[in-house]
Design a protein around this ligand. Structure first.
Ligand SMILES: Nc1nc2c(c(=O)[nH]1)N[C@H]1C(S)=C(S)[C@@H](COP(=O)(O)O)O[C@H]1N2
Ligand SMILES: [Mo]
Length: 414
């Protein structure tokens, strides 16, 4: 007799069974729910409803129903949210793969559909498996390789999340009771693995090479290893050096006041040093009462304030609080006629190409006294790579809103 993947006897691992699938399923139930929530929250942090430049997923329609004005407190809000999203996502990869492996015989079942309800169940399974793989793969590619997508990462990951999570909820509603029952039975059996009739169990099991607990240990060990080589990217100092798998982890990013993580360098962004010098660079600020142009020396003569704030990137890495010093955004607003409470602002940089060369900030972000057009960091001039002559820094905001090499600020309701 020849065995094909659609016949149960083809799959021979004695590890497959309700217990392993249930344990992995319960872990994913919690983990993926956290990924979904932190992901939606992370997207809200861009203030996508504010201006076209912030909106990474045009045509989101109803899916954007939950968006809200991103707050500025606590100042580590985005750092925490996106750090959890990325680190947890990476950590769950072995669990996801093991879960798929544990149910793989079911994915090959023939005929594809025995009835309408069976057809619907299989369709939801297709969305679940396809959606899950799609979300994990796009997420990992985004943190590892930047942009390898036709178009943008954001719409793909955002729409994919809704498709995946819808199928996930349907699946969880159907399967969680059985999963919990399986685990309870196992506990009642005093830790003994009860033999159960299940289509997951191979009808002609091969000899085991590892116990189920051992298999679970391997998965857990893999997750732990990924966690241990990723989580450090959210910290400075020795911990960052442990983030071997993170593109912005590994060795210390230089030393000195500007020795903290850089995303895009000035060279990468095409910032010509000739345009940032004292003679060439002017900040153009426009508002209700007109336009002013300020040199860096002019800015340095305005009241300067300090704020200790991190850089926190969508890729999951972040820095600890850096000590920034510069002009309050609300003071700049007041300079051009918005003394009575600042409006939104559109910030443009010297950069000519690239999707992060401009960003819009909401009135609540402009109003926060810690929101600065920074000239200095940690007691020194900004380095070219950190945005010299001047950059935005806003509490709790994603890195992408902290525009570097600022050239123009336009205040007014966007
Ligand atoms: N002009 C400009 N500003 C920018 C970017 C950019 O590509 N161009 N990248 C943003 C992103 S995605 C991040 S995470 C932060 C990183 O700041 P840093 O390089 O000083 O750490 O800068 C932001 N400001
Ligand atoms: Mo970023």
């Amino acid at each position: 007799m020849t065995w094909s993947p659609s016949s149960p006897g083809f799959w021979r691992s004695p590890l497959r069974g309700p217990w392993l699938t249930s344990v992995l399923g319960v872990v994913l139930l919690g983990g993926i729910t956290v990924l979904f929530v932190t992901g939606l929250v992370s997207y809200a942090a861009y203030n996508p409803n504010l201006a076209a430049v912030n909106d990474k997923t045009p045509d989101k329609g109803l899916l954007g129903f939950y968006l809200f004005s991103w707050p500025t407190r606590p100042h580590w809000l985005y750092r925490l949210d996106q750090g959890v999203h990325v680190t947890l996502g990476v950590t769950l990869i072995p669990v996801l793969l093991a879960k798929l492996w544990s149910v793989v015989p079911k994915l090959f079942t023939l005929p594809p559909a025995r009835s309408l309800s069976h057809a619907l169940e299989r369709l939801s399974l297709l969305l679940l498996v396809g959606g899950g793989l799609f979300e994990f793969v796009t997420g990992v590619l985004n943190i590892q390789l930047d942009y390898v997508f036709p178009g943008s990462f954001y719409p793909l990951h955002f729409y994919g999340a809704w498709v995946f999570f819808s199928a996930f909820v349907a699946h969880a509603v159907l399967k969680t009771p059985a999963a919990l029952r399986n685990l309870r039975r196992m506990r009642e059996a005093g830790g003994e693995l009860p033999v159960q009739a299940s289509e997951l169990v191979s009808p002609r099991p091969a000899a085991p090479t590892v116990s189920r607990r051992g298999a679970l240990g391997l998965v857990g060990g893999g997750s732990l290893l990924l966690f241990a080589t990723t989580a450090g990217q959210s910290f400075d100092g020795p911990l960052r050096r442990t983030a071997l798998l993170a593109p912005h982890g590994g060795p210390d990013p230089g030393s000195g006041p500007n020795g903290f993580q850089i995303n895009k360098t000035a060279a990468y962004a095409g910032i010509d040093a000739a345009r940032t010098g004292a003679d060439a660079w002017r900040l153009t600020v426009t508002g209700r009462s007109g336009t002013v142009r300020l040199s860096r020396a002019d800015l340095a003569r305005l009241p300067l304030h300090g704020a200790a704030l991190p850089i926190a990137c969508v890729e999951g890495w972040s820095t600890s609080d850096q000590r920034w010093r510069g002009v309050r955004l609300r003071d700049l607003a007041a300079l051009v006629g918005h003394e009575d409470g600042p409006p939104d602002v559109l910030v443009d940089s010297l950069q000519l190409h690239g999707s992060f060369r401009r960003a819009a900030l909401r009135a609540n972000q402009v109003a926060d006294p810690r929101s600065l057009l920074a000239l200095y960091v940690n007691g020194e001039d900004l380095s070219p790579d950190h945005g010299y002559p001047a950059r935005i820094i806003v509490p709790a905001a994603p890195g992408v809103l902290n525009t570097k090499w600022v050239a123009r600020m336009t205040f007014g309701d966007l």
